[in-house]
Design a protein around this ligand. Sequence first.
Ligand code: EPU
Length: 427
Amino acid sequence: MDIRESEQLMDKMIIQGGKKLSGTITINGAKNSAVALLPAAILSDDITTIKNVPNITDIDVLSEIIELLNGKIKHEKDTIIIDSSNIKNATIPKSLSNKLRASYYFMGALLTKYHHVEIYFPGGCNFGARQIDFHLKGFELLGASIEVVDEKFTIHAEHLIGAEINLPFPSVGATINLMLAATKAEGTTIINNAAEEPEIINVADFLKEMGADITGAGTKTIKICGVKELKSATIEVIPDRIEAGTYIIAGALMGDNLKISNINPNHLEALLDTLKKMNIDYTLNDKDIIISQATNAKAIDIKTEVYPGFPTDLAQPICVLLLKAHGISHVEETIYQKRLGHVEYLNKMEANIKINESTEEIKGPVTLHGTNVQASDLRAGATLFLAALTTNEETSITNIEYILRGYEKIVKKLSDVGANIRIETIE
Ligand code: EPU
């Protein structure tokens, strides 16, 4: 743990709830796109520019890894310019790789560029086993051999040769990692049962602009014909659909014409359909949505699915809205079996959520009460700050380093629309 992380562990978020939210919250670039675009940038032998990058801690760690690989990074507001012309291969140490999940994208990137990778097991939010076996099996199909000693992966290929890869499940991480690995492999790679999330299209667009030959990103089958050289490119990170979804839920809970701007409504269809079915109104424009506190929301059953289904990353936050709806709702989490760390603390705030395997039963409406709670992972933390906004008391949230990983300038964004929120250092 570095100094910055230990400092955040000492911080807590204090929210005095009950304030109406009005004005505009502007959404930043998507975390889960940006964390793949930075590792992708090292494939170029030139300068690449990534615009609309969120200012979150994961990006700092990825920048550190690129500097360790001898890349040069310049930050200009929310633009990052990466000079990869002198990149050199190096071992990525545990102290960096275990700070975030997305460090695994350096596996695909370094493998295709140097045919050799040394890196430790990635970190990330802890909600049950998060295997990377699909990534590794795909690298092997491309001709790599893999050795694992004490959590250190050495991945090596004399020749990296295109192959047909059938993913057992449309994993976001495996799809992006294998797309990176195939970019400079000899011949053609086909990824079947690929994930279709918008973040995958964003990464493919960046690689294509560098000169990669990729078709089908955003569909179930991606075809990559290897190229020899990748040049300079510019890409803009797509809006963060999960940050947007979280603040849309905040609007349905406490909004008074709260506007969420810089969104892509096409990426939010599953959430917006769910709100409609819950009898929650909103005004949707090309790039923004206006939403107010819902007074007559209906209970609903939700099942998480891969894109374009209801996203697992919003399954925890939407529980707060279901607690305000009339009737009994169910949320079935199908992607991660143990992504339920929010339930204990919502119940401490006087919800009465029951868990049956991976399904929550949520009875509403209930009045939540402020107390001391703890973020167990990023979206559990988001769930708790949403819950805190609805109470008429003070809530104190610890472990907020998880929240700060995904919600840029959260205190400013929420204060600017009327919330009473601050971060304090624990003495
Ligand atoms: N899986 C395997 N083996 C693999 C890869 C995945 O068994 O090799 C399983 C996982 O254990 C999980 C499922 O497949 O049960 C889905 O995993 P996926 O690979 O799709 O997830 P990920 O790439 O690790 C990304 C996001 C997550 C988001 C998921 C699903 C990043 C860095 N992370 O994770 O984001 O929940 O896709 O959409 O892009 C978050 O933002 O809060 C977050 C956790």
